[in-house]
Design a protein around this ligand. Structure first.
Ligand SMILES: [Zn+2]
Length: 364
């Protein structure tokens, strides 16, 4: 496909504006947007790159051709570093961003994924091929799945169904010696800044967030939830098969202790709300969803129905187009099945350790 005659602005902005106030939002539209809703594979979309803090670029990776749904973050400076690739279907858009930012094959120092779900890590194999010197950083529990994605793709196909190929795309393997695993509180030295890891299970057991020393932005992946700017409502993300409420809340409290200046979500963008407030809201919301699910589970009623009754109404006034995107990223059905699985494990453990029947039977 051709690019419909868009002018491609050469990238000339100075991304190390020392005079810019910390966290100040500086919008740099590098290219005009393309059409909104017609493209499923994102293959012909110009990236939108926004400097959200000095040396921190938000790249709209445009899953499904949608704006403000999936973000990657590029930290510029002596050792350019990418946080999240987005799905493999976003690679053409991401490649255009690299070109606009004049990143040559030897330039990228590293790429980290907050976790290995395909909307975050699907492009990792491609990025490691494009940048042969870049190290790929991942949680210890995610590493082997980047080397051999077979099981990851199998489980993604169960969760995503036909959307695996029509929307997300799969994942190329990454060579083992290109990968470095990151434990909790590890430091990635990018010379002009460091990134500190925050092991943050809950959404997934292989989830870690990254705190930038320079902007003090926390790249929180999906651990806080999904909050699309076009909707402005935070929704927890509790997909199968790892979701665990206690771990999720512990991770959110850990984020609070790290006291970030701002939080950047993968879905989507830098959140204007004060992080302590946002994190309190995230704790409250995920707890409420889990309570509603647990009540339904114990009553042997349908968890999806219970969640829809309790929370579906908050989206009544939302544009159906945006609502559909939210359902794709963190749909009630997916959250219900993650919560159900968590409850099954929780009550199986309760029954076996306490030898009493508190579960009230299986919800199946
Ligand atoms: Zn995600």
């Amino acid at each position: 496909m051709t690019n419909n005659g868009h002018t491609h602005n050469t990238h000339s902005a100075d991304f190390n504006r020392k005079n810019a106030k910390k966290g100040e939002q500086i919008a740099i539209e590098l290219a005009p947007h393309k059409h909104e809703d017609s493209i499923a594979d994102g293959s012909d979309l110009d990236p939108t790159i926004t400097e959200i803090a000095p040396g921190v670029l938000e790249i709209d990776t445009k899953l499904g051709g949608w704006e403000h749904v999936t973000a990657g973050y590029l930290l510029t400076g002596e050792r350019p570093f990418l946080v999240e690739t987005g799905s493999r279907s976003s690679m053409p858009t991401l490649k255009k961003a690299f070109t606009k930012l004049s990143l040559s094959p030897n330039d990228l120092y590293g790429v980290a994924v907050t976790h290995i779900h395909l909307d975050h890590a699907g492009g990792v194999g491609d990025v490691s091929e494009l940048f042969p010197k870049a190290t790929v950083y991942v949680h210890p529990l995610g590493a082997k799945h980047l080397v051999d994605p077979t099981r990851l793709i199998d489980s993604a196909s169960r969760v995503y169904g036909p959307l695996l190929d029509s929307l997300y795309g799969r994942l190329l393997p990454t060579e083992k010696d290109r990968i470095k695993v990151l434990e909790d509180s590890e430091i990635i030295d990018l010379k002009t800044r460091t990134l500190k890891t925050v092991d943050s299970p809950g959404h997934a057991k292989h989830h870690l967030a990254l705190l930038d020393s320079s902007s003090e932005i926390l790249f929180a992946g999906d651990a806080v939830g999904v909050r699309l700017p076009d909707i402005g409502i935070l929704r927890p993300s509790s997909p199968p098969s790892d979701f665990d409420l206690i771990k999720a809340v512990n991770s959110l409290n850990k984020f609070k202790e790290n006291n970030p200046y701002k939080i950047a979500l993968a879905h989507y963008g830098l959140v204007a709300i004060d992080p302590q407030e946002l994190l309190d809201e995230a704790i409250e919301i995920v707890t409420k969803w889990a309570e509603v699910a647990e009540r339904a589970f114990l009553n042997q009623s349908d968890i999806t129905d219970a969640l829809t009754t309790a929370f579906g109404g908050s989206f009544d006034n939302v544009d159906p187009k945006h609502k559909a995107r939210m359902e794709t990223l963190s749909g009630i059905h997916s959250n219900a099945s993650g919560l159900k699985r968590w409850l099954e494990v929780k009550y199986a453990n309760t029954n076996s350790t306490e030898n009493k029947n508190t579960a009230g039977g299986k919800n199946n």
